[in-house]
Design a protein around this ligand. Structure first.
Ligand SMILES: Cc1cc2nc3c(=O)[nH]c(=O)nc-3n(C[C@H](O)[C@H](O)[C@H](O)COP(=O)(O)OP(=O)(O)OC[C@H]3O[C@@H](n4cnc5c(N)ncnc54)[C@H](O)[C@@H]3O)c2cc1C
Length: 392
């Protein structure tokens, strides 16, 4: 891949709204991505391999638990810093951002918010330092958009729980040290359980043949009569609202992350449009190409404003699930459209790994599906404005 010459677009001077800390976090993350992700990511994506060597660096920049309090090893930052960090990391690659989202919002967050003090002290520092990586098991082979139908279950055996079932499409599964798993008890109530690698009957086969998020490992979590100690149940929240609460936090990060992928595609296409000569002119001189660039920067700017306001609301504890859904849906769709247009602007070069666009485009096909599909988020907005659920 070519050298990373990224310059971030800021058409509405949004930097003026950021605090010094926001800019520091954003710039430090960007520098790290330029140094440690950009030079290697294409090769790892081509080889369908997660770059394990970046885990330490991710921990050092605070990407594991950015908003988890420092007494548990987190970075103790606000939600806008968290968002900016996800933006910069996804600018490098959506797969790397996925690993951070899972670790922070789907593993550390439930342990922090729904766990007891012993669980927090046992797991959070190890997860924040990257010594342990976690995964989040909600989706099942027959229950994706409808996770409430899950069949994974646990029985109370007196001194332990017995867990059975299987989860599918689980990011980080093949190498996770711990998994936060959602399963039903004998009354059909959903609870979170912390399952550790090494527990007998727990296996994590890898899912191969993905054309998307190739630098992120995906797999299954299989539970065959796994004895889970009783102290591994998350005690402070149960029901479907518990995993959905984690998804709110992860989707917020995705809404910011998608802007990063879109910015990278726009920046690449803009630079290419000034350098590539056809019919004796840079292609950027043609109206059709300018239309694409003008629409890209307009949509990126709108998405930046959406997420900035959402970040303010989240900092105040006022961001609703439906508002987060709207931002996730809008921004990922925006990024996918920009990736497709940017790829066309590079002509044949756009399909090569010399440029990041095709990788972003393929990654975003997963991002538009996971953490609630494009259609499901539309139904959430529809339900919010009408008061009528249209899921069934
Ligand atoms: C790379 C990758 C990583 C992932 N990582 C994780 C993870 O770490 N943990 C985890 O738990 N899950 C993970 N997922 C799973 C992801 O969240 C699901 O794929 C997603 O929720 C959709 O479920 P599904 O694939 O079963 O599709 P389905 O639910 O079968 O949906 C298929 C289609 O039907 C549509 N549809 C479904 N219901 C309705 C309805 N009521 N009305 C209208 N349309 C509807 C959907 O929008 C979609 O277009 C991951 C997925 C991918 C691809």
């Amino acid at each position: 891949m070519r050298p990373d010459l990224f310059e971030h677009p800021d058409y509405y001077l949004l930097d003026e709204l950021l605090t010094d800390e926001h800019k520091l976090v954003r710039d430090a993350t960007r520098d790290w991505v330029k140094r440690d992700v950009s030079p290697i990511i294409e090769e790892y994506a081509q080889n369908a391999e997660f770059p394990q060597q970046i885990v330490k660096g991710l921990a050092e920049i605070g990407a594991f638990g950015p908003y988890i309090p420092s007494e548990y090893g987190g970075a103790g930052l606000d939600q806008i810093s968290y968002g900016l960090m996800m933006q910069e990391i996804e600018r490098g690659d959506s797969g790397v951002r996925s690993t951070c989202s899972v670790q922070s919002s789907l593993v550390m967050y439930p342990i922090y918010a729904y766990g007891n003090e012993e669980q927090r002290m046992k797991y959070l520092p190890k997860l924040a330092s990257g010594e342990w990586l976690g995964s989040f098991g909600l989706t099942e082979p027959n229950f994706g958009s409808n996770p409430g139908g899950m069949v994974t279950n646990f029985k109370d055996m007196g001194d332990h729980y017995l867990l059975n079932g299987a989860k599918m499409w689980i990011s980080n599964a093949p190498f996770c040290h711990v998994a936060v798993v959602w399963a039903k008890n004998e009354e059909g109530r959903i609870h979170g359980l912390i399952v550790e690698r090494g527990m007998e009957g727990f296996t994590t086969p890898e899912t191969h043949n993905k054309w998307s998020l190739r630098a992120s490992a995906t797999g299954e979590l299989v539970f065959d009569n796994v004895k889970v100690p009783k102290e591994n149940l998350l005690p402070n929240k149960s029901g479907l609202g518990a995993p959905l609460g984690c998804l709110d936090s992860a989707r917020f990060g995705i809404a910011w992350g998608a802007i990063g992928a879109a910015m990278d595609c726009y920046d690449t296409a803009l630079r290419y449009s000034k350098e590539r000569i056809q019919f004796d002119k840079p292609i950027g001189a043609f109206q059709l190409q300018q239309k694409k660039l003008a629409e890209m920067i307009t949509e990126i700017t709108k998405a930046q404003l959406l997420t900035f306001r959402l970040g303010q609301l989240k900092n105040e504890g006022r961001a609703t699930t439906a508002q987060i859904s709207m931002a996730k849906r809008n921004n990922v769709d925006m990024a996918l459209t920009i990736a497709r247009d940017a790829r066309q602007m590079l002509g044949g070069m756009g399909i090569t790994g010399d440029y990041p666009i095709m990788r972003h485009m393929m990654n975003l096909e997963s991002v538009v599906t996971y953490e609630g599909t494009h259609d499901i988020h539309l139904l959430i907005t529809g339900m919010d404005v009408t008061g009528i659920p249209a899921f069934k």
